[in-house]
Design a protein around this ligand. Structure first.
Ligand SMILES: NC(=O)c1ccc[n+]([C@@H]2O[C@H](COP(=O)([O-])OP(=O)(O)OC[C@H]3O[C@@H](n4cnc5c(N)ncnc54)[C@H](OP(=O)(O)O)[C@@H]3O)[C@@H](O)[C@H]2O)c1
Length: 285
């Protein structure tokens, strides 16, 4: 059976390398991108490499409506092909120099990096193969260790700065992974720490200064291919079946921020997130 993997952030950096790695392994990839031009270019590039199992879907994670529209397009494809998803890989992410609100009035980094991950997981879970060989991957970051958990200011609306909002969103990824693994045993879920990776992430929604600093800093980063290979190993290696909820750096399970170990933090954060998304009754089993 071919793995059918849904990948957000397919048009750049780690996501794009992951798409190519998965296609090389003979899998089917449904790749999500916000830019139709970039998706078309990717599809053409993959066809030129003789990869025919790539299925692009245009969709943005900026708002609840856009996430729902993306889910609808995915359902149409899955129904049409009579497929179920083996894996869900949440790779898309952004950093924002300016505090911006989403159409649903959430801080944009919080919406794209955290809420959209939970929303998509909830909506696509019914279309996944319920097996220990399936996977949900959420890409977090080393920077999550520096984040503080302030339940009175989760979206960094007070004292916003680019790094604080980003670090917190990546802490929320790990909290979600831990919460999901506690509540839902049907499919293993993992938070990934790719280390520092040379991609354009810090040059997109950022000031000239932040963009300059990222270009200089990321020169020392790994190739996105290295992260893609580690993620692919987690998808294919059955030894990960028993480690749902783990934080994995460069293919090794390592401790995450100690805040994650406090059940009260995980449970409270889980409840708040589900309430924000109007999700009732957990995710079902
Ligand atoms: N690079 C690092 O050192 C590093 C370290 C730790 C964690 N990470 C995480 O790795 C993930 C991938 O980042 P990357 O470094 O590979 O950066 P990247 O090259 O900029 O890739 C980010 C991807 O997310 C997509 N995206 C951004 N905002 C979106 C939105 N609102 N809706 C839909 N798609 C959106 C981008 O689309 P476009 O192609 O249209 O821009 C792009 O495909 C991120 O979650 C990031 O936090 C990166």
């Amino acid at each position: 059976m071919k793995r059918i993997t849904f990948v957000t952030g397919a048009t750049s950096g780690i996501g794009k390398s992951l798409v190519i790695e998965l296609l090389k392994k003979g899998g089917v990839v449904i790749g999500v991108g916000r830019s139709i031009a970039k998706l078309n270019a990717l599809e053409a590039e993959l066809k030129a490499l003789d990869f025919t199992h790539f299925f692009p879907i245009q969709g943005s994670l900026n708002s609840h409506e856009e996430v729902k529209a993306l889910v609808e397009k995915t359902k149409v494809l899955l129904n049409d092909k009579k497929w179920q998803l083996t894996d869900l890989c949440h790779i898309a992410g952004q950093v924002n120099s300016k505090k911006q609100r989403s159409p649903d009035n959430h801080e944009l980094t919080f919406q794209v990096n955290h809420l959209a991950v939970v929303h998509l997981t909830h909506q696509l879970l019914p279309f996944m193969v319920k097996a220990l060989s399936s996977r949900i991957i959420v890409i977090s970051s080393l920077s999550h260790y520096r984040a503080r958990l302030d339940f009175n200011n989760l979206e960094s609306l007070r004292g916003y700065n680019i790094m604080r909002a980003y670090q917190r969103s990546k802490l929320y990824n790990v909290l979600f992974v831990k919460g999901f693994s506690k509540k839902y045993s049907g499919i293993p879920i993992f938070a990934i720490d790719p280390g520092l990776v040379k991609t354009p992430i810090g040059t997109k929604q950022t000031s000239k200064l932040a963009s300059f600093i990222w270009r200089w800093r990321s020169k020392r980063g790994d190739s996105p291919l290295r992260s893609a290979k580690h993620i692919t190993t987690i998808l294919y290696d059955p030894s990960f079946n028993q480690h749902s909820g783990a934080y994995v750096k460069h293919g090794q399970i390592v401790p995450a921020n100690p805040l994650i170990e406090e059940a009260a933090n995980v449970d409270r954060f889980w409840d708040i997130t589900l309430e924000m998304l109007h999700i009732q009754g957990d995710f079902g089993q």
